[in-house]
Design a protein around this ligand. Sequence first.
Ligand SMILES: Nc1ncnc2c1ncn2[C@@H]1O[C@H](COP(=O)(O)OP(=O)(O)OP(=O)(O)O)[C@@H](O)[C@H]1O
Ligand SMILES: [Mg+2]
Length: 364
Amino acid sequence: MQDTIIRFENVTKQFDDDAPVLDNVSFEIEKGKFYTLLGPSGCGKTTILRLIAGFLEASAGDIYLNEKKINAIPANKRPVNTVFQDYALFPHLNVYENVAFGLRIKKLAKKVIDEKVKEALRFVNLSGYEKREISEMSGGQRQRVAIARAIVNEPEVILLDEPLSALDLKLRTEMQYELRDLQRRLGITFIFVTHDQEEALAMSDEIFVLNKGEIQQSGTPIDIYDEPINRFVADFIGESNIVSGKMIQDFEVEFVGRHFECVDQGFNPNETVEIVIRPEDLEITAADKGQLRVKVDWLLFRGVHYEMGCVDVDGNEWLVHTTKKAKIGDEIGLTFDAEAIHVMRLGETEAEFDKRLESYDEVE
Ligand SMILES: Nc1ncnc2c1ncn2[C@@H]1O[C@H](COP(=O)(O)OP(=O)(O)OP(=O)(O)O)[C@@H](O)[C@H]1O
Ligand SMILES: [Mg+2]
């Protein structure tokens, strides 16, 4: 409990009379970890950051920092710094002065400012760039100045609102490594916003998947990828084949008109469910040897593997990632293990979902 740094308790945010943008959201952020808020445009990610920073006030509910209620604490009194998407650097100040800005406002001694600014620039690999104008810096370098400006204040939490979205793919990947490494070296809590699922999976200790102002699921990247709670999360995180089905009894599920062995349990007999199978868990074989018989509809070479769109007799699409080759129009079979079938209960809440998964562990 003492490791919790930020806690939202039933926080709702509503603008005017509109429907709430955040609806009764509760979560905990632990000290020293890298968190990601992931979700589609408009789901409330920036709103959460602004509530933490103190740029917005909650309509209902409480926000705690180190177990102290901070609803009424103004932004400049919170030990939190934000790195904005457009960096919001001061164009008329050089690199040094951009980073020093907050320290000058705090009226620290010149020598202290100098030490802190140099240390922050060293952290982001920009030693020697002190005199440069912002207009003479590349996108990635500006990004690092913005980060230096945030860390120089030694905040307890750094909020990053899609800080990499303006960068091209290669630089973006480099900055992902750098940011992750920086977070580990500093040991400061990072709350990072993105709508890019690969970025979230690669960088985070914990991910909160948001949709329409609600947290759908929270957990480690592996948990969320392997055990998505519902269709939205399965679809949003990675590529998925999702079909509806029926849980006949424990360890037996029916979909596409056939019965399969699975590893799931704790459902009602004949309960309607949704099934997820990841494309990399499907393997291709001869048409009469597979658990599913499909026709190859399209094919893309992706370097390491082929991406293949197949259609079964009922017209369901099956996406397959495989290193084996087939041709468009081929009739092939698809095979998969019992573990590859992931069964989802309709409308299950995160608490119910966690409880069900825990009961599996007890049986094992
Ligand atoms: N000041 C405001 N007044 C009214 N509505 C607002 C205000 N700020 C945000 N909203 C609305 O709140 C919802 C959530 O906005 P938010 O900026 O948190 O989304 P987001 O998840 O950050 O999206 P994006 O990925 O596009 O940045 C949106 O529907 C937005 O239009
Ligand atoms: Mg936003």
